[in-house]
Design a protein around this ligand. Structure first.
Ligand SMILES: Nc1ncnc2c1ncn2[C@@H]1O[C@H](COP(=O)(O)OP(=O)(O)OP(=O)(O)O)[C@@H](O)[C@H]1O
Ligand SMILES: [Mg+2]
Length: 166
């Protein structure tokens, strides 16, 4: 369970982005946060992997304040897809292994199937060996986001935090 308890977040020299936000997300819930531009949606998603800590209040994972959870355990359990997805200028396979260097090809394909991007990758002339990024094969914005899903979380990762636009 993820719980925000009276969370405030103020960026330096800014008016508060989050003011007294409290909610609970139970295990298995799939939650959408909507609101106008600048409302604080991305800020909420950034607090879960601890890219920032709240200025005041607490974010809890299964009852533990995130500040008490070891960072490597948090990194293993929280995946994130942001508005700024980025692929390195190398093969799709290498990009996908970024999160789990030891992943086997079949684990990789399983994660891509779960993210509904496997068929697309297979349809490329060089499949998982296709070089993407600056001068390689150009993926559309949505395809780049799609390729990011399996990087962020393989099936079974407990928490996946999205901060995507559209
Ligand atoms: N790194 C930062 N430094 C200073 N202010 C920031 C920073 N990031 C966000 N803000 C401010 O915090 C507020 C909330 O921003 P946030 O990115 O969370 O909004 P959002 O709801 O995700 O918006 P959008 O729908 O445009 O993605 C905005 O007023 C924004 O200008
Ligand atoms: Mg945003």
């Amino acid at each position: 369970m993820i719980q925000f308890f009276q969370v405030y977040k103020t960026y330096p020299a800014n008016i508060p982005a989050l003011i007294n936000i409290s909610f609970k997300i139970e295990q298995g819930d799939f939650v959408f946060v909507t609101g106008p531009s600048g409302a604080g949606k991305t800020t909420i998603t950034y607090l879960i992997p601890r890219l920032y800590d709240p200025t005041q209040g607490r974010v809890l994972l299964d009852g533990h304040d995130l500040r008490q959870v070891a960072l490597d355990s948090l990194a293993e359990n929280v995946g994130m897809v942001t508005q700024e997805t980025y692929l390195f200028h190398t093969s799709l396979g290498e990009n996908l292994r970024y999160a789990k260097p030891a992943a086997t090809q079949s684990e990789l394909e399983e994660a891509c199937r779960a993210a509904n991007i496997h068929d697309f990758i297979q349809s490329l002339p060089e499949g998982y060996e296709t070089v993407v990024g600056e001068r390689g094969y150009r993926l559309s914005g949505g395809e780049t986001d799609g390729a990011h899903l399996p990087v962020a979380g393989s099936p079974g990762d407990p928490v996946l935090s999205f901060g995507v636009g559209a």
